[in-house]
Ligand binder design. Structure first.
Ligand code: NAD
Ligand code: ZN
Length: 416
């Protein structure tokens, strides 16, 4: 089958690999109909996630059609259209029983924090992912969720990750009626977090980024006020100034460890010099080793969040951070009396409600898809998304032979 494999930092390719097989009675094989590239995949692509092995198949946002089921699978049958949460969860451990599916204890026993994730290096279990024609889905009775009849598959693929992540980002902010919410990051996750903040009663939503086309999009789509941090001298001071000098009630970090911005620049002028090479791919790659070490700890958005939120306020972290020192001002967390909540999204927990929101049109996920690319051209899709080229917000990959599949068919009554 055709699959997206990792070669080295800044290099993936679509290549022929062996088809996946049922390895356990609880497995299913899913034929992928649509799959997306996530901001989290960019951390892999940039070589920032430890133990990302050459040949790993990327991809944790996918939907498809059940092709084969293991002998113990009960809830799925061949031919079902399913969307598959990015977390691989056993459904029965201490954490799954508490609906913390992102922290499953059985699917990534090597790690102390995160559970298994499709296509996300051996630090999350070493599972192959779904940017491919087929994927092996372990614990197939737990994660895969049937897509309602009539739903467009482009609306079904995004609730595997980015929609529930944005939703949980807002939920963890514990937004009260009328609260002012600041979202750092206008990528797909920040855009959804802004949209969901309204659903949870926010009175004002402000999104911060430095990519103008993304700010333009979120201004209309969430909708939200926007701030381009390149135009602001002191982000913390500015956020206080526009919130009666108290600070926002809730700050959401939808950026993670690869943040840009003035704090980083003030810590090290080095990066600014290095970044001059960013437009030139080859120069950039030749210095990537240095950048990787420096950037794994660029917690600029988290810093801005902690320092600007009002005393007693809430911080919600969904941006992904590496394992290195982050220079986070914990003293301010204590002295301001802040509540910080963070996690990988527990996708399965949110699906019933989010599918309802999508069916009712309160969230229209597919409107954030800007690029529809054949899986064969995945290399170019990564290049465009990583470089924030061509107005890219969310790229969708279309596996060979699936272009005609659009809406999940309405089952026809049985003819005897
Ligand atoms: P993305 O890379 O498309 O978007 C990140 C955005 O942040 C970019 O638009 C970038 O310009 C902006 N940015 C950079 N520095 C900033 C700063 N200092 N302040 C404000 N904005 C800044 O990625 P995405 O798909 O939107 O994902 C966002 C983050 O969420 C990533 O770290 C990703 O790994 C993480 N994520 C977490 C989960 C989870 O379950 N917790 C799930 C999906 C993604
Ligand atoms: Zn993701």
């Amino acid at each position: 089958m055709l699959a997206t494999t990792y070669r080295r930092p800044y290099k993936v390719r679509a290549e022929q690999v062996p088809d996946p097989k049922i390895e356990h009675p609880h497995d299913a094989i899913v034929r992928v109909t649509r799959t997306c590239i996530c901001g989290s995949d960019l951390h892999l692509y940039h070589g920032l996630v430890p133990d990302t092995r050459v040949g790993t198949i990327f991809g944790h946002e996918f939907c498809g059609i059940v092709e084969q089921v293991g002998s113990s699978v009960q809830n799925l049958k061949v031919g079902d259209h399913v969307l598959v949460p990015f977390n691989i969860a056993c459904g029965s451990c201490y954490f799954c029983q508490r609906e913390l599916y992102g922290n499953c204890h059985n699917t990534n026993p090597e790690a102390t924090a995160v559970g298994g994730i499709f296509g996300y290096s051996h630090t999350t279990g070493g599972y192959h992912g779904g940017q491919a024609e087929y994927v092996r889905v372990p614990f197939a009775d737990i994660g895969p969720t049937k897509i309602p009849e009539g739903m467009h598959i482009e609306d079904a693929v995004l609730p595997t990750d980015v929609v529930p992540t944005g939703y949980q980002a807002a939920e963890m902010g514990d937004i009260k009626e009328g609260d002012t919410v600041v979202v750092f990051g206008a990528g797909p996750v920040g855009i959804l977090a802004a949209r969901c903040s309204w659903l949870m009663g926010a009175g004002r939503v402000i999104v911060v980024d430095h990519v103008d086309y993304r700010l333009d999009f979120v201004a209309k789509w969430a909708p939200a006020e926007t701030i381009n941090f390149k135009e602001i001298d002191d982000m913390v001071l500015h956020l206080k100034k526009i919130t009666d000098w108290l600070g926002p009630d809730v700050c959401i970090d939808a950026v993670g460890g690869e943040a840009d911005g003035s704090l980083w620049q003030s810590i090290t002028g080095v990066r600014m010099k290095l970044q001059a090479g960013e437009a030139d791919g080859s120069l950039w790659q030749s210095i990537t080793g240095v950048r990787m070490k420096l950037q794994a700890g660029a917690a600029t958005a988290a810093q801005w969040a902690i320092n600007s939120v009002r005393k007693g306020g809430n911080i919600s972290l969904v941006g992904v951070y590496g394992p290195t020192v982050n220079a986070v001002p914990l003293g301010n967390v204590v002295n301001k009396g802040l509540t910080i909540r963070a996690n990988q999204a527990s996708v399965k927990r949110h699906l019933p409600r989010l599918i309802e929101h999508v069916m009712a049109g309160r969230i229209k996920p597919r409107e954030i898809i800007t690029h529809r690319v054949p899986l064969e051209d995945v290399e170019e899709a990564y290049n465009i998304f990583s470089g924030k080229k061509e107005g890219c917000i969310k790229p969708l990959l279309i596996p060979p032979g699936t272009a005609d599949i659009a809406e999940v068919p309405v089952a026809s009554p049985h003819v005897h």
